[in-house]
Design a protein around this ligand. Structure first.
Ligand SMILES: Nc1ncnc2c1ncn2[C@@H]1O[C@H](COP(=O)(O)OP(=O)(O)OP(=O)(O)O)[C@@H](O)[C@H]1O
Length: 266
């Protein structure tokens, strides 16, 4: 009898692949105001998708719908085969604007430990496995030496890395990052990218909202072009074309400088 295939081999051609995130013609609205219509695509384990579109395109709104914070009014969003509400435990989120007050007197390791509370409950004390997961997450973002420092004394980029470590400590199967590279220096950007790559290597999927095409190229297999409607969803090399970007950023003057989209109001 032949040995069973090792689990890390890709499935044979034609075999169905697991799906972490499935968007089925999803329309999302705040009350009566539609923000996104008919968003459609899938993200597989170990892959990342970049959400690209101009300010106000609906990138954060899509992330919030995946978190069950904004309702899907038509179509569906499925996370790991479940509704967003039922999948929350397996999803971690790093918000766009750092929502943690830098003056709040809390250490870096305490912030990272917050990522464990969904698993341990707020009333129990963290155990050995929680401390190990938090320490490993902090190491992933290269900030072990800052564990005892006060969160507020770190630079903006380092704080962003701590927030990513908090998300990694939750051991998510889907990680949602809302513009994680904004205002982050090259060292922190490199550390964030390494941590995202390692997480993907463990089979997690990642959704990254970004204006930075270089990041999309480096970190993401898939790209979703958004501006109320979807202007493309698929492999980065197929979707990130000047035509696709021009259509997505329609109504604005658009210039591509190297890998960056420079947008000027028309
Ligand atoms: N809580 C809300 N209630 C009503 N409308 C909202 C709310 N939050 C966002 N919007 C609107 O939804 C639209 C999409 O906003 P969203 O923040 O998702 O865009 P974005 O692509 O993330 O933009 P940016 O790149 O500037 O962060 C915008 O028109 C915005 O004004």
């Amino acid at each position: 009898m032949a040995d069973p295939a090792p689990p890390d081999l890709p499935p044979e051609d034609g075999a169905p692949r697991d799906v972490t995130l499935r968007l089925e013609h999803a329309s999302i609205a705040y009350g009566d105001v539609p923000v996104l219509e008919k968003i459609h695509g899938v993200v597989h384990p170990g892959e990342a998708v970049a959400l690209i579109g101009p300010n106000g395109a609906g990138k954060s709104t899509l992330i919030k719908a995946i978190l069950d914070l904004v309702p899907v009014v038509r179509g569906t969003i499925e996370v790991l085969g479940r509704t967003p509400a039922l999948a929350r435990r397996d999803v971690a989120y790093v918000p766009q604007a750092d929502t943690l007050d830098p003056d709040f007197p809390v250490s870096v390791e305490q912030v990272v430990m917050m990522g464990r509370y969904r698993r341990i409950g707020w009333l129990r004390r963290p155990g050995r496995s929680d401390r190990a997961a938090a320490a490993e997450a902090l190491e992933r973002v290269g900030l072990t030496h800052r564990a005892r420092h006060r969160f507020g004394t770190l630079s903006g980029g380092q704080r962003q890395r701590v927030l990513l470590a908090r998300a990694i400590a939750a051991q998510p199967r889907l990680l949602l990052l809302d513009e994680p590279f904004n205002g982050v220096d090259a060292v922190s950007q490199h550390a964030l990218l390494e941590a995202i790559t390692a997480l993907k290597g463990q089979g997690a999927s990642v959704v990254i909202s970004t204006h930075d095409l270089a990041i999309a190229h480096l970190a993401c297999e898939e790209v979703c072009l958004l501006n109320r409607y979807q202007f493309g969803f698929g492999p980065a090399e197929e979707v990130l074309t000047p035509e696709g970007l021009r259509a997505t950023y329609g109504g604005h003057a658009l210039e591509l400088r190297g890998d960056r989209v420079i947008v000027a109001q028309s």
